[in-house]
Design a protein around this ligand. Sequence first.
Ligand SMILES: Nc1ncnc2c1ncn2[C@@H]1O[C@H](COP(=O)(O)OP(=O)(O)OP(=O)(O)O)[C@@H](O)[C@H]1O
Length: 244
Amino acid sequence: MISAESVGWKVGGAQILDDVSLTVGAGELVGIIGPNGAGKSSFVNILSGVTRPSSGRITLQDKDVTGASATRRARMGLARSFQTSALFDGLTAGENVRLAVQAAGSAPFSPFRSAGSSTTGVIDDLLARVRMPGRSRTPARDLSHGDRRKLELAMALASEPAVLLLDEPMAGVSAEDVDGLTEIIGEVRDGGVAVAMVEHHMHVLLGLADRVAVLHHGQLLAVGEPTEVTADERVQQAYLAEAL
Ligand SMILES: Nc1ncnc2c1ncn2[C@@H]1O[C@H](COP(=O)(O)OP(=O)(O)OP(=O)(O)O)[C@@H](O)[C@H]1O
């Protein structure tokens, strides 16, 4: 679904990413781990089109998108969530999702268009998918941190993406909400979406991911099934001993 081939990224003489290759297939969840500053967010930015790589190639659904903007990639089926919140606090949960649904729709985007009944149905479905039924009228600013992350997920799912990139979706979330988010993300993957996810909650990621990719100093140190990767001595030395 999405593929990075020998991706490199240089900034001001610093080699942030070096020869990184990784593919995420439909219905697969690949966890991206690595110490702080390893290049995980930079890699997600390159996959999503926020940053152009200095070398290498990105393909999305078998099409070369290396030079394509984030907007174009979104139209081609890619959605992402950010480390920081992207919600409109002054709007309700339902209104936030409605904006995402309308932005994803084929009709010209108008945030001022009133919600049609079909859009309302889609909004309710999306809120139900993220375990927030009946929260449509709650102002976003009144939601718990965990519910905010779920709402962001609902908004990312509004475009019915083929590929979903998640950058620390559980950062700062309570243990109870971590369980809920884990279930939701697992269901998204089981629905056939290719999911790539950066996450510091190691036990969650190792339990959820089909494969794990370890970045270290901008290079791909290892990639494989969670048990394989955690048993890798180089990975343990580089990272896991301190993280687990
Ligand atoms: N726009 C930029 N210009 C210069 N250096 C950058 C830029 N973006 C990232 N870096 C550097 O690239 C390295 C990797 O950063 P990145 O945020 O991708 O790491 P990370 O693995 O996501 O870290 P964390 O786990 O702390 O979020 C860091 O040394 C960072 O300072």
